[in-house]
Design a protein around this ligand. Structure first.
Ligand SMILES: CCCCCCCC/C=C\CCCCCCCC(=O)N[C@@H](COP(=O)(O)O)[C@H](O)/C=C/CCCCCCCCCCCCC
Length: 215
């Protein structure tokens, strides 16, 4: 386990996405899911303040979810399926426009879920990248193929400028604090299937309940 700031390793972060898969991938435990995101935000913050606009939004969404988990109905937010069942049966989700329940768990988690698709694409691009690949290009391509589809022009533009500040591949791998570039690639290969399983399971649940376009 990472115990000090210096020992902070992205491997410890990505392991949360393995821990959040319950009973052979039959559900997603939200506490571990959010711990994964908290670690990722911490990693992003270590890259500099240029990403603070992203960090603020991610933190606020994590906070909304954590408040549900800590609240009086916290047990209903233990897993993805129990949250969906609880919020839908209690009419706690705004399905067509934001009004009575603007920050439902389903709506908030959907934003993180869409970002998880970006992460999945970015990790895969990093995994198969060559030494001279540009991190900013990989990140930007992953973003354009996922999250960008949900963002207005001004956010897409701001994000594209921020990506240019990403360190070059070897430096980026160093900040991950996993080991040699070969070890980073191996770690990504190990972690990615779990990120993908979490993404696929969540996507399936949202699709089954017709929740993929929550406002
Ligand atoms: C081995 C590689 C490790 C990479 C580690 C990356 C760490 C990333 C940590 C957090 C990622 C960002 C999560 C962003 C959540 C965005 C949710 C969202 O889409 N929010 C928008 C919609 O919300 P509502 O208005 O509907 O409530 C909101 O408008 C967004 C605002 C902020 C801009 C988001 C830009 C996202 C760019 C993602 C790339 C981050 C680059 C990190 C580079 C390492």
């Amino acid at each position: 386990m990472a115990s000090t700031e210096e020992e902070f390793s992205l491997k410890e972060v990505l392991i949360h996405f393995k821990s959040c898969l319950l009973d052979d991938d039959k559900d997603v435990l939200l506490e571990h899911y959010l711990n994964g995101w908290k670690g990722l935000v911490r990693f992003m913050n270590s890259l500099g303040s240029i990403f603070s606009f992203v960090s603020k939004d991610a933190v606020s969404k994590i906070q909304i979810m954590e408040n549900y988990l800590k609240g009086e109905s916290g047990e209903r937010y233990r897993s993805l399926q129990s949250m969906i069942e609880y919020e839908l049966s209690g009419n706690l989700v705004d399905l067509t426009q934001r009004s009575g329940h603007p920050d439902s768990g389903c709506r908030t988690l959907l934003r993180l879920h869409r970002a998880l698709r970006w992460l999945q694409l970015f990790l895969e691009k990093l995994r198969i990248s060559s030494e001279d690949s540009k991190t900013s290009t990989l990140c930007s391509e992953a973003y354009n193929d996922s999250l960008a589809n949900y963002h207005p022009w001004i956010i897409r533009k701001t994000a594209s400028v921020a990506f240019l500040a990403l360190p070059v591949r070897n430096k980026f791998f160093e900040v991950m604090n996993v080991g040699t570039p070969e070890e980073v690639v191996d770690m990504l290969g190990e972690a990615l299937p779990y990120v993908s399983k979490v993404y696929d399971f969540t996507e399936e649940q949202y699709s089954q309940h017709n929740l993929l376009n929550l406002p």
